[in-house]
Write a new protein. Structure first.
Length: 653
């Protein structure tokens, strides 16, 4: 439940302890990568989960929302991009829209990119996440961010990819850096080997469906286990991509022989692409090597492979036995609901639309899997089957192998490379009362069309088989004899030991004011900055909650709104003032807000909140500490103020 409570606030003291011990502090591979990209750290500081740090990512990608970021960039007084080679623009969401307004928007984005020397990929080149992997912007053991929630996908090749919001993007353009709170570390162990016909998509659909109690919410997942070696890079990209739907902020696979072999193949493809046009004269030197995927970089990666320390700390350890998994289907209209395919197949759920597209499952191997299923068949009467490659490079590969033509000959309807129906744009959306099955990543109600439609998620092979049969079904090649028994796969949760760290302090103060106290996952469902700025405009400088929606917390900190988590305080207030679950003590029916004159000291320097209740009793609650980077944002009134300060200090305004 959510219980907002307004209190009179006596003093807010904000501080952070930084580790200064010289002894070795174990780190996960994700923490090690963040350490590489953290800037302005105190000497000897070891980055750990929970820390607020300033990061300078390798790259930052924006897509169709580049236009609003340009406006934000200009509004904060910036005139020069700090490092043009850090930025990547891709146009991928609304690529079917040929209206003058959208074409003008795309043209203005391209003009800005040309003006500032920014790498730009036009509509039709592909979905941004796929382009970043293909072109090496997302690279193993780097930190790359994007103003899109599915930047988690980069973890499939060992890159720490995580989403940012538009204000972050504008700050990165202007200063090269922004803040990040290192998420809690979660170990997900994949044991055993998948049975024939079971895919990476089935793995993540099962994880979302069976670990569906927010076990990984706002965490950074490190995938481990002997089951990983049998997963292709494409399958890893699919799993990492949908860690977003699972609730995580990153999902990272190890860099192993599978990864390195994939890059060796990628290097050969790039060399062929570079040298495919013969030089007209022997005196003309060969073209330069690819700037990001090249022999030097791969050799360095192989020689300096990062791994987690054996004694690194994790808040959770989840285990899935892959050998017990059968193909699974997600839905309808929720990734938290997963069904073994044989169970749904027996129900003969009729479909009207099928989709093989998006950044999740539209790579060459996915198209090949669908083509293998559909070869020699036709799309069922009354079913529309839409296909769009993840990128133009993927489509060219599929065309060369004949897979693309196989799908089109069977009756599939091609769409340009882009997000399209996955994000509810363009042709082919679900109409009222229709049922669709998709190889995309989200099946929330209304995302792919009408809110009264039903959407299921499955692997490319199952989507293709369903398109042929007209109902949710698996391919004929799926042999029940080679599959484990139908039912929930074997999974478990291991409770790891806890660890602590030592630190030193920095302090800042805020004036007296009003405090808003609420429940759990406060701000969830709103990605707009107004959710935070409206509170500040109402005179609320600080919010205490059991937990926060991550996007809300980013927007809040970016706009100078202080957020403190204290589930124990929320529990006490709930017990005291919401005994009937719906009204405030002494308030009118249905009124959830009370003002009883509590006095609050938020002492983050000591990691605690002291609350003096109306009775005169003082209770103390532990809270998390906040780093100097975020303190400076608060002092500057938010990220825009910080950026403007940085611009003035550098003389770049």
């Amino acid at each position: 439940m959510r219980l907002p409570t307004r209190w009179a606030c006596r003093k807010i003291t904000i501080s952070r302890h930084y580790a200064t011990t010289a002894s070795r502090i174990p780190q996960t591979v994700i923490e090690k990568v963040v350490q590489r990209y953290a800037v302005d750290l105190p000497p000897g500081k070891t980055v750990k989960a929970g820390d607020y740090v300033m990061i300078r990512p390798e790259h930052v990608m924006t897509h169709d929302n580049t236009g609003p970021v340009i406006s934000k960039f200009k509004s904060i007084g910036a005139t020069r991009v700090r490092n043009p080679k850090q930025l990547v623009f891709t146009l991928d969401h609304d690529v079917q829209n040929k209206s003058p307004k959208n074409l003008a928007k795309y043209a203005s984005i391209e003009a800005f990119a040309r003006q500032h020397g920014i790498d730009f990929y036009p509509a039709g080149r592909g979905i941004g996440h796929q382009v970043l992997v293909e072109e090496g912007y997302a690279f193993p053991h780097t930190l790359t961010v994007a103003s899109d929630s599915h930047s988690n996908m980069y973890g499939g090749i060992g890159c720490v990819g995580t989403p940012i919001v538009r204000t972050d993007a504008a700050a990165l353009w202007a200063t090269g850096k922004t803040w990040w709170q290192v998420p809690r570390m979660i170990k997900v162990e994949l044991k055993g080997k998948l049975a024939p016909g079971v895919t990476g998509k089935d793995v993540i659909v099962a994880l979302c469906g069976y670990f569906n109690k927010d076990e990984v919410l706002n965490g950074a997942i490190e995938f481990v286990g002997d089951g990983i070696s049998a997963l292709s890079v494409d399958e890893r990209l699919t799993i990492a991509n949908m860690t977003t739907e699972w609730g995580a902020l990153a999902g990272v696979f190890p860099v192993d022989d599978v990864t390195m072999n994939w890059y060796e193949s990628a290097l050969k493809r790039l060399e062929f692409r570079t040298f495919s046009t013969p030089a007209s004269s022997a005196s003309i030197p060969p073209p330069p090597e690819h700037p990001r995927i090249n022999r030097r970089r791969l050799d360095d990666l192989r020689a300096n492979n990062l791994k987690s320390d054996p004694d690194a700390a994790y808040t959770s350890h989840l285990v899935l036995d892959l050998s017990t998994l059968v193909p699974h289907v997600s839905g309808p209209n929720s990734v938290k609901v997963s069904h073994p395919l044989p169970v749904l197949e027996s129900k003969h759920i009729q479909i009207q639309k099928a989709y093989l597209l998006s950044c999740t499952n539209a790579r060459a191997s996915d198209i090949a899997a669908a083509a293998e299923v559909i070869k020699g068949h036709k799309v069922a009467p009354g079913v529309e089957f839409y296909v769009a490659a993840a990128s133009s490079e993927v489509q060219q590969d599929a065309e060369k192998r004949g897979d693309w033509e196989t799908l089109i000959a069977a009756g599939a309807k091609p769409l340009p490379s882009g997000c399209g129906p996955c994000i509810g744009l363009g042709v082919g959306l679900l109409q009222e009362g229709e049922v669709g099955i998709s190889a995309t990543n989200r099946n929330y109600k209304g995302r792919m069309g009408h809110p009264n439609a039903q959407a299921y998620l499955a692997s490319p092979a199952v989507v293709a088989a369903s398109a042929v049969k007209g109902y949710i079904a698996g391919p004929d090649s799926l042999d029940p004899k080679t599959l484990p028994p139908v039912g929930a796969p074997k999974f478990s949760i291991v409770t790891p030991s806890q660890s602590t760290a030592t630190s030193s302090s920095v302090e800042a103060e805020e004036p007296h004011g009003v405090v808003l106290v609420s429940g759990y996952n406060f701000g969830t469902g709103s990605s707009r900055e107004q959710a935070a700025t409206a509170l500040k405009a109402a005179g609320v400088p600080l919010v205490i909650a059991g937990s926060f929606g991550d996007i809300f917390k980013r927007n809040a900190i970016n706009n100078g709104l202080v957020c403190i988590e204290s589930p124990e305080l929320v529990a006490d207030l709930t017990a005291e003032y919401a005994k009937d679950g719906r009204r405030g003590a002494g308030g009118k029916d249905g009124e959830l807000t009370v003002n009883k004159g509590h006095h609050v000291d938020v002492k983050v320097v000591e990691g605690r909140v002291e609350v003096r209740w109306p009775s005169g009793e003082t209770r103390t609650y532990k809270v998390g500490r906040v780093g100097a980077s975020v303190q400076e944002l608060w002092i500057c009134g938010g990220l825009e103020g910080y950026v403007l300060k940085s611009i003035k200090e550098s003389g770049a305004a």
